[in-house]
Design a protein around this ligand. Structure first.
Ligand code: GTP
Ligand code: MG
Ligand code: ZN
Length: 330
């Protein structure tokens, strides 16, 4: 797979076993720590005693994600170097032709938040779905701000239809209102999220931070001050951070995204994420059918008779074209 280098950052020496006393078994100076915040160039990591360190990495050791288990070497007052990144269970990230942006690692699930205001993008939904499928992390959709749609069943129906066309009904989807129906939202989500580490993704303004603050009261207090100052009064989240709640609740807040490149997927990865198109494509007359203008194309036939989803077909062709373009340029 194309992303193997990111999943196995350390490939030259073996992982140092963790000790039960916080100290690393191989060197008394080393500590095991969990990455809890990413500011791009530096990170915050929590050691087993609960101390928060500001950590920096060099070279490959800079490629740290929230949720990573790392080994750190203290260098000064609450400052430390990343010595090692343990092998990841999974990693959700996006990538364009030039660079990757890691969202978080070692996850139990991803929540994608959508809303009608500001309007969600079905394309970004499809891209998130594809990234999660590729990373093998379960995705759940939270359609927030349904209060805005009260008395507008037609729009709600259109939304349901649009979500179905992209997910084929395979993704658990909940319709919520974090601000207008907080108790209902909380009693729905607590059982789904307790004891798990969950990354919350979505475009800006969907309500990610508002939801985290509902489930973990006070979570935002620490981060708001900075973002308020940077964004002229808006609460826009500017970095990725893990928040810890009761009953093992671990929620990772992330900045809203406007793009979701999937350059790390190979063509085979892409086909695996679009198994509906892959399976139908196996019935085309030509083995190398591009499903565009070829005769006896099972995919085109499936689109015509409604067994395949045009939204998924268009996204697949778009992602495939992006991959081909990237290959030509590099
Ligand atoms: N009407 C309505 N507004 C909501 C609801 N949930 C959140 N909001 C509002 O939506 C706005 C954006 O919420 P945030 O939680 O900051 O959104 P975010 O997804 O964290 O945005 P970024 O940090 O920029 O990515 C805030 O003004 C919230 O009060 C809801 O259920 N209904
Ligand atoms: Mg936010
Ligand atoms: Zn075909």
């Amino acid at each position: 797979m194309a992303d193997s280098s990111l999943n196995k950052v350390r490939d030259t020496h073996r992982a140092k076993p963790a000790s039960h006393h916080g100290k690393n078994a191989h060197s008394p100076d080393l500590l095991n720590a969990l990455v809890v915040a990413s500011y791009g160039r530096h990170f915050l990591a929590r050691d087993e005693a609960g101390t928060i360190w500001q950590v920096y990495g060099k070279g490959k050791r800079r490629e740290v994600a929230v949720g990573d288990e790392i080994v750190i070497l203290p260098s000064g007052d609450k400052q430390a170097w990343v010595e090692d990144i343990q092998t990841r269970k999974n990693l959700v990230y996006r990538s364009d032709a030039l660079k990757s942006k890691m969202f978080a690692a070692n996850l139990d699930g991803v929540l994608l938040m959508l809303a009608v205001s500001p309007p969600y993008s079905p394309e970004l939904l499809g891209r998130t779905l594809t990234a999660c499928k590729h990373a093998d992390v379960p995705l759940t959709i939270l359609f927030n701000k349904v209060d805005i749609l009260e008395g507008d069943p037609e729009t709600l129906g259109d939304v349901e239809q649009e979500l179905f066309e992209m997910t084929l009904g395979d993704v658990p989807t909940h319709y919520i209102s974090v601000t207008e129906k907080p108790e209902e939202t909380e009693s729905l989500l607590r059982p789904l999220l307790e004891g798990k580490r969950t990354l919350i993704l979505g475009q800006s303004g969907m309500g990610k931070s508002t939801l985290i603050n509902l489930l973990i009261p006070g979570a935002l207090a620490a981060t708001n001050e900075i973002s308020m100052a940077l964004n002229a009064g808006k609460h826009t989240t500017t970095h990725t951070q893990m928040h810890f709640g009761e009953q093992g609740l671990e929620l990772i807040d992330s900045p809203g995204f406007q793009a979701f490149g999937l350059h790390h997927l190979s063509e085979a990865d892409l086909l695996n994420a679009f198994s509906d198109l892959r399976d139908e494509g196996n019935k085309c007359r030509f083995a190398n059918c591009q499903h565009k203008r070829e005769p006896d194309c099972a995919v085109k036939n499936g689109l015509e008779d409604g067994t395949l989803s045009p939204a998924r077909y268009e996204l697949y062709q778009m992602l495939k074209a992006e991959l081909e373009e990237a290959r030509q340029n590099y």
